[in-house]
Design a binder for this molecule. Structure first.
Ligand SMILES: [Zn+2]
Length: 132
C-alpha cells in the first residue's frame, strides 16, 4: 500500500520521494531525517556522522511551515496525516530514539499498531479520546 504523508498544519506533502522527510532537532543538532514510508519499519536515514543516542528525545517539525509536530497532550508522540486514495488517517509515532511505538488511527479506531513500546501509549490515547 502506498501512503502519502502530509503536515497536519499546512498539508504539505512530506514524502515526495521514498522517505518521509522531517526536520529533527535536539540541542544544537538540527538536520533533516528521512523515515521509511511503511509504518512499522523503523529504518531511518540520517546524515553521516550524526549519532542518534538511544532514548534521546527529538523535536520534529514540518520542513515547509516549521510547525512542531509533537502532540500537545502527548508530548512523547508526534502526529502526521496519512492519505491513500480517499482515506485519511492519522499516524502517531514516538519521538524517543529507539522507542518503537506507532499508531495508525482512522475514525478514532486503531487501524494498525506497531512496535514493542506501543502498549505504553495505548491507554493514554484511549483516555484522551483519540481512540474510542
Ligand atoms: Zn507544515
Amino acid at each position: 500500500m502506498s501512503w502519502t504523508y502530509a503536515c497536519p498544519k499546512c498539508k504539505a506533502l512530506l514524502n515526495p520521494n521514498e522517505a518521509v522527510v522531517l526536520v529533527a532537532q535536539r540541542g544544537d543538532d538540527r538536520m533533516l531525517i528521512g523515515f521509511h514510508p511503511d509504518p512499522g519499519n523503523y529504518e531511518i536515514f540520517v546524515p553521516p556522522g550524526v549519532p542518534i543516542e538511544e532514548g534521546s528525545r527529538w523535536e520534529f517539525s514540518c520542513p515547509v511551515c516549521r510547525a512542531d509536530l509533537a502532540m500537545e497532550d502527548s508530548p512523547n508522540l508526534c502526529a502526521l496525516e496519512m492519505l491513500t486514495g480517499s482515506e485519511t488517517a492519522l499516524i502517531m509515532f514516538s519521538r524517543i530514539a529507539g522507542e518503537k511505538a506507532t499508531f495508525v488511527l482512522a475514525q478514532r479506531s486503531v487501524q494498525a499498531q506497531f512496535g514493542n513500546a506501543a502498549e505504553i501509549y495505548l491507554n493514554s490515547l484511549i483516555n484522551k479520546k483519540y481512540i474510542m
